[in-house]
Design a protein around this ligand. Structure first.
Ligand SMILES: Cc1ncc(C[n+]2csc(CCOP(=O)(O)OP(=O)(O)O)c2C)c(N)n1
Ligand SMILES: [Mg+2]
Length: 338
């Protein structure tokens, strides 16, 4: 999938990962990351052609976080995130067809073409979106977890948000209540070092983000966001903590976005050296090395790449053949019908 330079990386899976994994399981996790990468590269192309409108934030570089964490959940566990949501939607099981149709504003999209890039959601998958207001999903996650606890369901919530969101009041209010009420929620901070083009050091008094959780007596850990198995193992442990009735858990995942904050970001605030350093840690290249070391045949990896390319071609054809919503739809889905 990736240039051989990234394949020669000597990085090993995280110490908490629990090999051996079956080849099929490894290939499935690899497939999900490649799907996200190719899906977003296609979105980039369609955006530049004017086929996708509005704001669009790419997840490229952060794939191992969404795929690794969501792989640790049970089907009854909820997932919620911010506007950088394509990867997490696909990891939660949304098909490329439905996600691409939403990107293109078609009625066959998950939000009937009315949500777009920042509002992918499918409650049948227990994927609660896609939220454009920074930090809003953290309060919603506390609500989802409260509902699970109140209804005595054996379920927890995985809540993704950025480093910048940890300076927002929602973050502090939600963590406080989650701790007071011992809610089953795993707060996953994707620390990609920047909020838009502002480096974290300029806006956060505490740059080891997990230390903020200790203010609310929430236990925490840190994971390598370029290492899928490390993210999965630490999310699994966090979910176990929630299921055992011990309340919330905080996981800081160190990662990096390879693209700009959103489309149109000139990326002048980062040095070429910094970008090169992180690209050498490409999570897909690193995981491909894990597969090869585990004895997966290169031909099987190539087959996954080819299959994903076919899935993407089909998704774009499906989306482009789907109609736009009728004008009358502008008045529907605004409020819940009585
Ligand atoms: C309440 C609110 N304030 C400001 C914005 C504008 N805004 C959009 S993304 C963003 C940066 C958030 O950074 P971070 O939480 O680190 O997430 P990342 O984009 O890095 O994934 C800001 C300030 C917003 N959408 N909502
Ligand atoms: Mg950030």
């Amino acid at each position: 999938m990736l240039p051989t330079s990234t394949l020669s990386s000597s990085a090993a899976p995280g110490s908490n990962s629990k090999p051996p994994h079956s080849h099929l399981e490894l290939l499935e996790l690899y497939r999900q990351m490649v799907l996200i990468r190719l899906f977003e590269e296609k979105c980039e192309e369609l955006y530049q052609k004017g086929k996708i409108g509005g704001f669009m934030h790419l997840y490229i570089g952060q794939e191992a976080v969404g795929v690794g964490a969501v792989a640790a959940r049970q089907p009854q566990d909820s997932v919620i995130t911010g506007y950088r949501d394509h990867g997490i939607a696909l990891a939660a099981g949304m098909t490329a067809r439905v996600a691409m149709a939403e990107m293109l504003g078609r009625v066959t999209g998950c939000s009937k073409g009315k949500g777009g890039s920042m509002h992918l959601a499918d409650i049948n998958l227990k994927f609660w979106g896609g939220h454009a207001i920074v930090g809003a999903q953290i309060a919603l996650a506390a609500g989802l977890a409260w509902a699970d606890k109140f209804q005595r369901r054996d379920a927890a919530t995985l809540c993704f948000f950025g480093d910048g969101a940890t300076n927002i009041s929602y973050f502090h209010e939600a963590l406080n209540l989650a701790a007071v009420w011992q809610l089953p929620v795993v707060f996953i901070c994707e620390n990609n070092k920047y909020g838009m083009w502002t480096p974290i050091e300029k806006v956060s008094a505490v740059t080891e983000i997990r230390r903020k959780a200790s203010a609310y007596a929430i236990p925490s850990d840190v994971a390598d966001g370029m290492d899928l198995l490390d993210v999965r193992a630490k999310t699994a442990a966090a979910l176990e903590h929630c299921r055992a009735g011990h309340g919330p858990y905080f996981l800081e995942v160190i990662t990096y976005r390879f693209r700009g904050h959103s489309m149109g970001d000139q990326r002048a605030y980062r040095t070429p050296d910094e970008i090169r350093k992180w690209q050498a840690e490409d999570p897909i290249g690193k995981f491909e090395k894990v597969l090869l070391d585990a004895g997966v045949a290169p031909a099987d990896i190539d087959k996954v790449d080819d299959d994903v390319k076919a899935v993407m071609a089909d998704a774009v054809a499906f989306a482009e053949a789907s109609p736009f919503p009728d004008d009358s739809e502008i008045w529907t889905n605004i409020y819940i019908e009585p």
